[in-house]
Design a protein around this ligand. Structure first.
Ligand code: UTP
Length: 224
């Protein structure tokens, strides 16, 4: 199967968790041995946000702020790749064209951000579209999608299955609450819906959840 793994910065990089990074490297190697093809998209987490704030303080514009955040996510991608391949000389992908080429060559490709003005979720969706992925798994800091923000509401319920349209509706309903952290970028949802690419959102703090999601176990939230 061709899979995109979207590794949340909130999981491996906020704060940086080297143990988790190592375990994710093992998960990717396991999937690769099982003959899956993988594109891993790593986020920049709090460090990326700190650099955005620094750039802002320096009165730099949004494009510049995004560019420094992208650099941070690429640094994490680089660490991931170096840990994974050790002796092999591999490069992280920085364009969609490189994603296709590296995937053909190595069967695994690792990357961070792509361009200003989008989120890493959208990068993962664009990659999935580009390589005709059959599945995208997002490893995040909560167990899946809830009907309302689980950090604010104790009665929030996790949803096991939903359609892309239902997900958009949940986002619509919660949009007016300023500052809500949307667990999946609506822009990414649009791309995945159009490309008919299912998405599974799982708790990233247990990397084995990725293996379970790939073999079709009921875990997290399945969106299609
Ligand atoms: P994200 O917020 O998408 O990554 O990127 P993350 O840290 O993995 O997020 P979680 O784990 O889902 O919370 C951080 C910022 O980097 C810039 C954007 O400003 C984005 O908000 N970015 C990232 C880009 O401009 N372009 C990219 O391709 C990727």
């Amino acid at each position: 199967m061709r899979i995109v793994l979207r590794l949340g910065g909130s999981v491996v990089a906020s704060p940086v968790n080297t143990d988790l990074i190592s375990r994710y490297v093992e998960v990717v190697q396991t999937l690769s041995k099982q003959k899956h093809e993988l594109a891993v998209v790593v986020g920049g987490g709090t460090l990326a946000r700190e650099f955005i704030a620094i750039a802002k303080k320096l009165s730099l514009g949004e494009k510049d702020q995004d560019e420094v955040a992208i650099s941070i996510s690429r640094t994490f991608a680089q660490l991931f790749l170096k840990k994974m391949s050790r002796s092999k000389e591999n490069k992280i992908a920085i364009t969609l064209e490189e994603v296709s080429n590296f995937l053909r060559k190595n069967k695994v490709v690792v990357m961070g951000g792509l361009k200003p003005g989008i989120t890493t979720d959208t990068v993962a969706a664009l990659v999935a579209q580009r390589i005709n992925a059959q599945l995208i798994v997002k490893a995040t800091n909560q167990d899946g999608i809830y009907n309302k923000d689980p950090k604010k509401y104790v009665d929030a319920l996790k949803i096991d299955n939903l359609s892309f349209d239902d997900l958009s509706k949940i986002f619509e309903e919660t949009k007016h609450k300023a500052g809500i952290h949307q667990i999946v970028d609506p822009e990414a949802i649009k791309i995945l819906k159009k490309g008919n690419i299912p998405l599974i959102v799982v708790n990233g703090f247990n990397p084995n959840n990725i293996l379970d999601a790939v073999i079709g176990k009921r875990i997290g939230t399945f969106i299609n």
